[in-house]
Design a protein around this ligand. Sequence first.
Ligand code: HEM
Length: 227
Amino acid sequence: MDLTLRLREATADLHRRIEQLPVAQAMIEGRIRREDYVRLLGQLHHVHSALESELTANKALHGVFRPSMVRLGAIRGDLSVLGAPLPPSPSAETAALICDVRDLSARAPWALLGCLYVVEGSRMGSMHLVKPLSRALGVTREPGCGLDYHLEGMTGRPLAWMKFKAALLAAPLDPLRETQIIDAAVRTMTGLHEIYEAVGRCGGRQSAVHLSGVDEPMMVVLKGEPV
Ligand code: HEM
């Protein structure tokens, strides 16, 4: 079985579990509350910020990681449009995942491709979420209206996903690197499951640790909807 199939198999059960979480169900069914969606996006802001900066710094990975995969700007724009221009502090779940991403980057940089597999793969799900999210959030499906995180790169997504997988298979990987990539994908999917679950529990526990390089804790203020 090739690496992409092994990745899919290793994360399939976690994917099913994420889709079944109340917050994911609320997105799929177009009834997520704006404050819950903004909380989730705020946590994803920190995850993307850490992961994208590690991927950018590891030049050896640039045959697979491309500039079009950077989505921090889209998240920032969406947060601003949705009335929460300053991201909230990272929850404990987010802080734990970020620590692991940084640890991987220092110890086994190729493993970051497993993290990238998860966030790039999630863009397949984005294609199904745009419509119900626009309904739930009361925004149009136009660029710059709060849904850029899902909309960016949506045209031609299945082809882009195939190209990503082809680039991954063409990368200079040995069995150890492949195992590290699969472990990192499972860790990332588990971490995101914890983050989604915590958002459903009302924002998650607050992070007790200060993360260097992560935006300072800030208050989320939603237009007309105090959190
Ligand atoms: C919340 C609602 C979600 C829906 C409706 C959804 C839906 C989908 C769909 C339809 C696919 C394409 C499957 C295929 O090609 O056979 C997919 C793939 C994928 N999704 Fe999701 N998804 C969701 C959330 C997520 C999240 C939160 C993550 C990451 C934590 C994620 C990670 C992935 C990955 C990695 C793949 C690629 C699987 C592969 O073909 O290797 N998804 N998703």
